[in-house]
Design a protein around this ligand. Structure first.
Ligand code: K7E
Ligand code: CUA
Length: 686
């Protein structure tokens, strides 16, 4: 490119922006100081001057040596990429958040149960397929309470292909494709209103597990609270996952009827416990509440007994019973009833200290760790002992519905005293387990026993250290922490209260994600980062090695339909644009490229039903366009190669500018056009 001395830079900048090259040198910047991914880094050898400089910065900012080390462990130079990605639930925001570790930078939100305009999720005109998928019994339910994300697994390892997440409020499970990080499917549980133990996967993602929580009359039935024990029931649903289609296969999914205890979290067995599902429960008392009638409140009534029941379910036997036609349809969905579960030996209970929250299977599949929030211990169950107890019929009692209860002493391996309010447990590569202590506001590190003790030469089942966190930790998530081979290194404390950790943001405060360095063993386990997350209350998260993700940089072909994940024959091609009419139905075929839409004027009559198709004919990474029509509640994200179709009724006459909502280029503001809706009074719509 030729340039004159006086105007060269300006022309170069303009040209680069118009053709869309991301060419920083054209902006006259010094790019040499900015390091890129993979660029060579020279070892640090501080000169006395640099030491003095660093010391001055530390003292000016009142940082101590631990702070400097923490900063060095988490700082990510521009252009360098994080080693892990944390996929976190977004709580009441209904979304999923992706966060880089160790930098703790928010990389993206993924819209799941709540319409989100930046991603154009739920803003594609009338009958938007996203909004259709969010309807429950015909009513739009446009938010979710996301709790537990689950990465798909192959042989017990995260494979980086899919992410599942449950909506506690509305008993839904979503499927996210990790190639384009978009929600592809939402299934609504036809049995229950709300859930909690969702989502968890079996080691080869045969099933996505959705456990329930608050008992109800299955299938949206009705019964008064006096008939709680008779008519209310719990459930767990096994959603069959079809990897080829990348969808939950509803026709081959089924559920199990459970007693009206409040089932809580679930985990799938692996290795020696593969084929089993473990689910906690509380309110075995079947308290029906009713403070207003002089009854004890739920919180007291549900905590009277010392023991609740760990549900131990043989999912392969359950699958066989389902395939043998033993399920009964409730609201059109197949359910294996309690009598079948008992007769076929599909489900057993084991007593567990009262009001437990988490159940977590160790990486070797040998032990199930149950944390009882009202008990200072974690209780460790052994799968070998469980199997032996079932085979040897060591169940001297039954529950009120006839489910055999295995003898506590026959199945328990150890109880480890950790502190107040243990909730959830994660694992590392050094034979340690990590348990969140809600009431203590701490993370406890303790030793596993069995083969872990011999392998790591450690005293089994023993508390090693506790690190205080701020404050009220719920879940925790370790690097690859739910796999058969956790990485250690990092652990996130999902602290529920922040209180004084950040600037006060009004009475509503952010959550506090705290990063702990767990790379050293023993009593060293410092907090090295506090990340405020002011967008909802996340519950659980999973952390995957970033190089396992196979994310697309752009859609594979121009005209790609993300709903079907293939090229769409309806996608307008360049040169094929235009507006056609068939009676009162109008078809708009449009392309979008830096920096114009084609066509730029679209003329319709009041009352026309307009189908509008846009292809983003871009193949450069990050060359995303938006498309909005103000006043019609329409906004799209048109990622490179993407095809979008939407339909709406042009029932509001006027002159509507439409424009690109993503700052895509220097002439982005010019990337616009007009929708002309001719009023009936002027002959439109006749
Ligand atoms: Cu908040 Cu897993 Cu729903 Cu525990 S859950 S904290
Ligand atoms: Cu396209 Cu802004």
């Amino acid at each position: 490119m030729k340039r004159t001395a006086s105007t060269g830079i300006g022309v170069a900048v303009c040209m680069a922006m118009v053709v869309g090259m991301a060419a920083p040198e054209a902006f006259g910047q010094d790019t040499r100081r900015r390091r890129g991914a993979g660029q060579e880094v020279r070892p640090v050898d501080l000169t006395p001057e640099q030491v003095a400089q660093l010391t001055k910065v530390a003292n000016d900012r009142r940082l101590n040596v631990d702070d400097l080390l923490a900063a060095a462990k988490t700082f990510m130079p521009s252009g360098r990429h994080d080693e892990y990605v944390l996929f976190s639930s977004g709580g009441q925001s209904g979304q999923v958040f992706a966060i880089g570790v160790p930098s703790m930078r928010l990389l993206r939100s993924i819209a799941v149960f709540t319409p989100e305009s930046w991603q154009g999720y739920g803003f594609a005109g009338d009958n938007d397929p996203v909004l259709e998928s969010l309807k429950i019994n015909g009513r739009l339910v446009s938010w979710g309470d996301t709790h537990h994300p689950a990465l798909s697994e192959t042989k017990g390892e995260y494979d980086g292909d899919w992410l599942f997440i449950g909506d506690k409020a509305n008993a839904r499970v979503a499927v996210i494709d990790l190639r384009d990080w978009e929600t592809k499917q939402i299934v609504k549980n036809p049995l229950t209103v709300s859930d909690h133990g969702a989502a968890f996967v079996t080691p080869n993602t045969e099933y996505v597990i959705e456990g329930g929580q608050y008992a109800t009359v299955l299938g949206y039935g009705y019964a008064p609270p006096e008939e709680y024990q008779k008519h209310y029931r719990g459930m767990v649903t096994l959603w069959k996952f079809d990897r080829v289609r990348g969808r939950i296969d509803e026709a081959n999914s089924f559920a199990l009827e459970l007693p009206p205890y409040w089932q809580d979290l679930a985990d799938a067995g692996k290795g020696p416990s593969d084929g089993w599902i473990f689910i906690n429960s509380f309110n075995v008392e079947m308290a029906a509440g009713g403070v207003e009638r002089g009854n004890p409140p739920f919180e007291a009534g549900a905590s009277k007994r010392d023991m609740d029941y760990l549900h131990i379910i043989d999912w392969r036997k359950a699958e066989a019973a389902f395939k043998a036609g033993k399920a009964k349809a409730i609201n059109g969905f197949p359910v294996l009833m309690l009598d079948t579960l008992i007769a076929d030996g599909i489900m057993y209970f084991a007593p567990e200290p009262k009001s437990p929250h988490g159940v977590d299977v160790t990486p070797n599949g040998q032990y199930m760790i149950v944390a009882g929030k009202l008990d200072p211990h974690v209780t460790v169950y052994s799968i070998d002992k469980i199997k032996a107890a079932i085979a040897g019929k060591k169940h001297s009692t039954k529950d009120a519905y006839g489910v055999p209860v295995l003898d506590f002493d026959a199945v328990v391996e150890a109880q480890v005293e950790l502190g107040l309010g243990p909730l959830h447990t994660q694992f590392d590569d050094k034979g340690y387990a990590y348990t969140s202590l809600f009431l203590d506001s701490a993370v406890a590190r303790w030793t596993l026993g069995g083969e872990y003790a011999s392998m790591h030469k450690q005293t089994p089942w023993k508390l090693v250290t506790k690190t205080p966190v701020q404050y009220n930790i719920g879940h925790l998530a370790a690097a690859e922490g739910d796999t058969v081979s956790p990485d250690g290194k990092y652990l996130i404390s999902m602290s529920k209260w922040a209180v004084d950790r950040f600037l006060t943001t009004g009475p509503l405060l952010p959550q506090n994600f705290q990063l702990l360095d767990i790379s050293e063993g023993g009593t060293t386990m410092p907090v090295i980062y506090d990340m405020p997350l002011g967008v909802g209350e996340p519950h659980y998260a999973q952390m995957i090695k970033a190089d396992k993700l196979k994310s697309w940089k752009v859609y594979p072909e121009i005209g790609w339909n993300p709903h079907t994940q293939r090229l769409d024959p309806r996608a307008p091609k360049k040169g094929d644009e235009g507006v056609t009419r068939d009676g009162s139905r109008v078809l708009v075929k449009m392309t979008a490229v830096r920096s114009h839409f084609f066509p730029e004027h679209v003329e319709v009559n009041e009352g026309d039903v307009v189908t509008w198709r846009i292809t983003a004919i871009e193949s450069a990474q990050d060359a995303t366009h938006g498309f909005c029509i103000g006043g019609y509640n329409i906004n799209l994200s048109l990622e490179p190669g993407e095809f979008v179709e939407f339909t709406f009724t042009a029932d509001r006459p006027g002159t509507y500018p439409f424009y690109c909502t993503e700052f895509c280029s220097a002439l982005h503001l010019e990337m616009m056009g007009y929708l002309h809706v001719k009023p009936r009074s002027l002959g439109g719509g006749e």
